[in-house]
Design a protein around this ligand. Structure first.
Ligand code: SF4
Ligand code: SF4
Ligand code: FES
Length: 267
């Protein structure tokens, strides 16, 4: 059996704690097959048959223990998770990006409190385990995608997000918008609206109609934009909030079969 097929399974004989090692617990993202089809808390994996990796897709999350030598690890929880992923279990999955407490990607529940794994030092008290789980009720917890693994997107659908996801929320655009100067209570402004369009245009999102409804229940929120274009001229990332706003207006006002015609006529 190849290495890739063993992903998600404990090493032979299960983990053992050595001198100077620290026990770290986390929620496994891939359950081992059990007699009743459900993952069980605390299982060590003995007797698990060698099966293709697809057979280990999760039915329910469960906890798994890892032992890490803190003397040779970085000081933060994220450092320890990175080390587990690199040396013990490449199937360990979590989000992280900046490693500087900026992006918020690595938010997780650490020893009972929500925190950022890149800013939270790992507990040095080796007499008790560190418990690391996802923050509940935050991530999508509804039905799984059709193939059970990922929300798929065509290259053309993915391309629609270019020019949107790069926004750094600096608000240079909103600060340059005359409509926002005079109507900050009613008009959402280009920075907020470009972010809104990032989600409205994502083919994987399931709330497009609800988002458009929320953006237009008061017409000034979106339609107050007069297409002056100062926002686009002042964006240091060369993004185009004016175009994003105009496209959302069209999606709100015109049925899809009329939009190409309207775009041509209004340019
Ligand atoms: S100026 Fe550009 S990068 Fe900054 S918030 Fe506006 S759209 Fe985003
Ligand atoms: S195009 Fe719209 S959002 Fe941009 S500066 Fe002009 S009024 Fe403001
Ligand atoms: S990785 Fe960005 S906040 Fe932790």
């Amino acid at each position: 059996m190849g290495q890739s097929q063993r992903r998600g399974l404990p090493r032979a004989g299960g983990p053992s704690q050595g001198a100077g090692e620290r026990r770290v617990c986390r929620t496994e993202v891939r359950a081992k097959p059990a007699a009743d089809g459900a993952g069980r808390e605390g299982e060590e994996g003995e007797g698990v048959p060698d099966l293709p990796v697809e057979s280990h897709l999760p039915s329910r999350p469960f906890l798994q223990s890892f032992f890490v030598d803190l003397a040779t690890s970085g000081p933060m929880v994220l450092d320890v998770l990175q080390r587990i992923k690199a040396e013990q279990d490449p199937s360990l999955s979590y989000r992280r990006s900046c490693r500087e407490g900026i992006c918020g990607s690595c938010a997780m529940n650490i020893d009972g409190l929500n925190n950022l794994a890149c800013l939270k030092p790992i507990d040095n008290d080796a007499s008790r385990p560190s418990m690391i789980t996802p923050p509940s009720h935050v991530r999508r917890q509804g039905p799984r995608p059709g193939n059970g693994r990922e929300y798929r997107q065509s290259p053309a659908e993915r391309k629609k997000l270019d020019g949107l996801y790069e926004c750094i929320l600096c608000a240079c655009c909103s600060g340059a918008c005359p409509e926002y100067w005079w109507n900050p209570e009613s008009f959402l402004g280009p920075a907020t609206l470009l972010q809104a369009y990032r989600w409205v245009s994502d083919s994987r999102d399931e709330y497009t109609a609800e988002r458009l409804q929320a953006l237009t229940e008061d017409r000034d929120k979106l339609h107050r934009c007069r297409r002056v274009g100062n926002c686009t001229a002042n964006c240091p990332k060369s993004l185009d909030p004016e175009k994003a706003i105009e496209t959302m207006k069209q999606e709100h006002l015109y049925p899809s079969f009329l939009r190409p015609l309207h775009s041509t006529l209004s340019v």
